[in-house]
Write a protein that binds this ligand. Structure first.
Ligand code: OAD
Length: 262
C-alpha cells in the first residue's frame, strides 16, 4: 500500500515543507484504525443504525433531565451505545501519533478535529481544538466551560455549571446545536492563518468545518487529502493520499523528517 502512494507522499511532503502554517482538519476516518466507526459511508454508524434527530439539541433543551437520564442509561440508542463502547476501548493509532510527530517537528501548527473520542488529546496533540466536543467531558451552555465528566447522577436534579450555575450538557455538539462561539472563533483564527490544510479522514460535508478548506483554497493555500475514498474535496486537493490515515499519515511524517532533517 505504501509503495503505491509513495510518489504522492513525496509531493505532499514537499508542499508541506514549503508551507508556513499547516493545519490539520480531522474526521472520523482518523480513528477507524483504533476501532471507532465512521458516521457515513458503507460501514458508517448512521448508515447501519440511522442518524440521530436533526432536532437533538431542541429535544435536550425541552427536557434536559429526561435527556440526561436517557443519555446515562445502558439502554441508550444503538448507535450511541456502539460509539460509546468503541470509544471506551479505543487507543490512539499511528495516524494520531504521526500528527503529534508532525507537531513536535514544528511542521504542523494546529489540529482541528471533529472527533469526540479524545484520541488526539490522548496521543499528545498539544495545539488542538475538539470542535465537536469530547465525549468524556461536560460543557456549560452559558459560559462554555468544559470539564471531565465525573460520575453524573441524575435523579430529581440536573447538573449545573460549577462556575456560573448554567445548564450542563455533554460536551458533544448535537444536531441542531451551534458549535460553541469561543470554539468556532478559535477555529476561524487557525484556518485564516493556514496556507496548507491536511484533510485527514473527513467527508468534509458537515458545516461549519466544511467551509474551512474552502477558506484556505480561496486564499491560494494548499489542500492535501488523506482518505481511502473519494470525497467532495478530492478533485480540488493539490495532492491526494489514497490510503488509510494509519498508513499515509506516518508515511508523510517520515518524509517530512527526511526532507527537513529533523
Ligand atoms: P464521516 O463519517 O462523514 O466521514 C468519514 C470519512 O473517513 C470518509 O470520507 C471516509 O472515506 C473516511 N475514512 C474511512 N476509513 C478511513 C481510514 N482508515 N483512514 C482515513 N479515512 C477514512 O465523518 P466526519 O467527516 O468526521 O459530528 O463527519 C463530521 C461530523 O459528522 C462528525 O464529527 C459528527 C457528524 O455529524 C458529531 O459527532 C458532532
Amino acid at each position: 500500500m505504501e509503495a503505491e502512494i509513495s510518489s504522492a507522499v513525496d509531493q505532499a511532503g514537499r508542499l508541506v515543507a514549503e508551507s508556513t502554517y499547516v493545519v490539520a482538519l480531522c474526521g472520523a476516518g482518523v480513528s477507524v484504525d483504533s476501532g471507532v466507526p465512521t458516521f457515513r459511508g458503507p460501514d458508517g454508524l448512521w448508515t447501519r443504525l440511522g442518524q440521530p434527530s436533526t432536532h437533538s439539541y431542541q429535544v435536550f433543551l425541552a427536557d434536559p433531565a429526561a435527556w440526561w437520564r436517557q443519555y446515562l442509561s445502558r439502554d441508550a440508542d444503538p448507535a450511541r451505545a456502539e460509539l460509546r463502547d468503541a470509544i471506551a476501548r479505543a487507543q490512539p493509532n499511528p495516524a494520531h501519533h504521526a500528527l503529534v510527530d508532525l507537531e513536535r517537528m514544528g511542521v504542523l501548527r494546529h489540529t482541528i478535529t471533529q472527533n469526540v473520542d479524545g484520541l488526539h488529546r490522548k496521543a499528545g496533540s498539544a495545539s488542538l481544538i475538539e470542535m465537536h466536543g469530547n465525549r468524556t467531558m461536560n460543557r456549560c451552555i452559558s459560559c462554555e466551560a468544559r470539564w471531565p465528566r465525573e460520575e453524573t447522577v441524575i435523579g430529581d436534579y440536573l447538573p449545573t455549571c460549577p462556575f456560573c450555575a448554567g445548564l450542563v450538557k455533554s460536551d458533544t455538539v448535537m444536531f441542531g446545536e451551534p458549535v460553541p462561539r469561543g470554539v468556532l472563533a478559535r477555529c476561524r483564527e487557525e484556518v485564516e492563518r493556514s496556507d496548507c490544510m491536511l484533510l485527514v479522514g473527513t467527508s468534509a460535508t458537515v458545516m461549519p468545518a466544511a467551509m474551512f478548506p474552502e477558506n484556505v483554497e480561496a486564499r491560494g493555500g494548499i489542500l492535501i487529502e488523506i482518505n481511502p475514498e473519494p470525497t467532495v474535496l478530492s478533485d480540488r486537493a493539490d495532492v491526494v493520499l489514497r490510503a488509510s490515515a494509519g498508513v499515509a499519515t506516518p508515511a508523510l511524517a517520515r518524509r517530512l523528517r527526511e526532507l527537513l532533517g529533523r
